[in-house]
Design a binder for this molecule. Sequence first.
Ligand code: DOR
Length: 430
Amino acid sequence: MRKLLIKNGRVIDPASGLDKVCDVLVEDGKVRGIGSRVKGQGARRIDAKGMLVVPGLIDMHVHLRDPGRPDKETIASGTRAAALGGFTSICCMANTHPPIDNLAVVKFVRSRAEAEGVVNVYPIGAVTKELKGEVLSEMGLMLEQGAVAFSDDGKPIMRADVLRRALEYASQFDVPLISHCEDANLSSGGSMNEGAVSTQIGLPGIPSLAEEVMVARDILMAEKFGRVHIAHVSSARSVDLIRQAKRKGIPVTCETCPHYFSLTEEAVREYDTNAKVNPPLKTQKDVKAVIKGLADGTIDAIATDHAPHNIEEKDVEFNQASSGIIGLETAVALIITKLVAGKALTIMQVIEKLTINPAKILKLGKGTLQSGSVADITIIDPKAEWTVNPSQFASKSKNTPFTGWKLQGKVMWTIVGGKVVVRNGELVGE
Ligand code: DOR
């Protein structure tokens, strides 16, 4: 494989605390050296002056819809969207058709990713068969085939006894259970956050308590039975509960998504179904609390919850529309615009939440640029401005509430295992 020499970028590696303008040498798919004197004779040069050179980003929460809904997304299209978004590794959720609840589907996802994918794909197995929340799936067998965690994401596990067994089982292997926190009885019939806006526009609400009571339950379950990772945290009280739990040393980690720090429930006032998401967008107070949770380390990771839906499921009455927002191709720019340019977090902090933190939670052995590590590298122009236009996305679905937004920060190069997949902001060879 060819040698690459990435010149003069601001190299940021949160795993080692490195933040320095220098060069990175890649050879045979590995990082071979970082510094100002690395020699790269015969190497292809990438001029990264003015850019951030960071470990390949990891998105621990993606819906690829493969198998089952190739009209919404496939592993081919979803991994291309990931690459354009700077993600070199993505974890795909189990709510496919059929679901990833047995070893055959794990094998299918892995082999298709091998054949058609352009970034690393790590399957997440379902906790329960058919995500019904009743009978445990083939967890052990799926792990042997490469599943990295378990989740019924999209649906809560309402039965605490089932969650208990799953945690007891998963803790033997030290893999996390990723919990979609939603009390299905409290959320039943709702389609947006319950509050002033839902009353004014006449949509049935989901109280934030639907998320919070399950966060509280799962913290208690984690204390007793094993590691829980809480998906898509959206509410102020959830952040508080997790902060307290961490102080007590309970094995709980969590993620939030760009839409929970970029938007409030106001985004659905005009009945924009592209802003319909589960858990629903909340209030300014929640947005502030999510940002504070990110800044103080309560929230470990930023994941997209990339949830592609087609026009047939979005261009309908609000109550009928599917929930979900695509996120792979807007995440980096929303993070830079909302968190870094807004001075709420440093670039080091956000890169940590996109690399080494998710890698540690899932034990992926990635997320760093240290010498000898696999050369998954993302190069970002932090100053570049662009306007969101979903017709230019590689994702097959266009359900974003950010159309027309002017954002700062553009992924210029994505390198996976030493291979250039995105060059100057465009997919290579396509
Ligand atoms: O809005 C959502 N969409 N939330 C989820 O938890 C699942 C996801 C999907 O699969 O569409």
